[in-house]
Design a protein around this ligand. Structure first.
Ligand code: AMP
Length: 223
């Protein structure tokens, strides 16, 4: 099998995590979500968590040098051999350049960058209803409610709103996306790996579109 080295790109609330879960199920790829890694580090009170917490609580990005090494180390683990799904990284041009260097050093390249596009007003509505459990399972009060209010269906943990999902923080995170992360759309388009998806469609429609795109890419590769 050829490698599937994938990045999910898009603003907070675009549905990257949902689509990543499908990619993991469909292709058995490891899921590398820097937001999850950082939240776990904050929860465990590690040195990484201590460095990241203040930025995360404010809805700002943690500095590039804090996160770049974490991802580079993760990519070197054996389970990424057939590919990976990166979610939430890279988020800045310097991070993208660092990732290029890491992949090049491993003799690998990106298969595709999947950009999920959603307008800001829809994102605000989606994020404000989002609830997560301490193990990262994600719900939405209207679109994907748990069976019992505020309790995770999977493990019975209490559901909470992420501190950075509060409305004033969401506004800041969207600003940060447009200022610092959106330039990656052109960066990857110029490299010829960007694929765009309409994230206002249903999650199943987005999944089908992604799956069809990846099948085409693989056919082209094997042709
Ligand atoms: P996420 O779960 O991807 O929305 O990430 C939550 C928060 O973690 C972000 O608002 C940032 O503070 C931080 N974070 C996650 N990934 C990165 C990254 N690649 N670069 C900088 N900060 C990040």
């Amino acid at each position: 099998m050829s490698e599937l080295n994938l990045i999910l790109l898009g603003p907070p609330g675009a549905g990257k995590g949902t689509q990543a879960a499908h990619l993991v199920d469909d292709f058995g790829l490891p899921y590398i979500a820097t937001g999850d890694i950082l939240r776990a580090a904050v929860k465990d009170g590690t040195a990484l968590g201590k460095k990241a917490k203040e930025y995360m609580d404010a809805g700002d990005l943690v500095p590039d040098d804090v996160i770049v090494g974490v991802v580079a180390e993760r990519l070197e683990q054996g389970d990424t051999r057939d590919g990976f799904v990166l979610d939430g990284f890279p988020r800045t041009i310097p991070q993208a350049e660092a990732l290029d260097r890491s992949l090049e050093a491993m003799g690998r390249r990106l298969t595709a960058v999947l950009l999920i596009e959603v307008p800001d007003d829809v994102l605000v509505q989606r994020i404000s209803g989002r609830r997560i459990c301490t193990d990262g399972h994600v719900y939405h009060v209207d679109f994907n409610p748990p069976e019992q209010d505020d309790v995770c269906d999977v493990d019975g943990n209490a559901l909470e709103q992420r501190p950075d999902d509060a409305p004033e923080k969401v506004k800041r995170r969207l600003e940060v996306y447009h200022e610092q992360t959106a330039p990656l759309e052109d960066y990857y388009d110029d490299l010829g790996v960007l694929q765009r998806f309409d994230g206002t469609r249903s999650p199943d429609e987005v999944r089908e579109h992604i799956s069809a795109t990846l099948s085409t890419l693989r056919l082209e590769e094997s042709a």
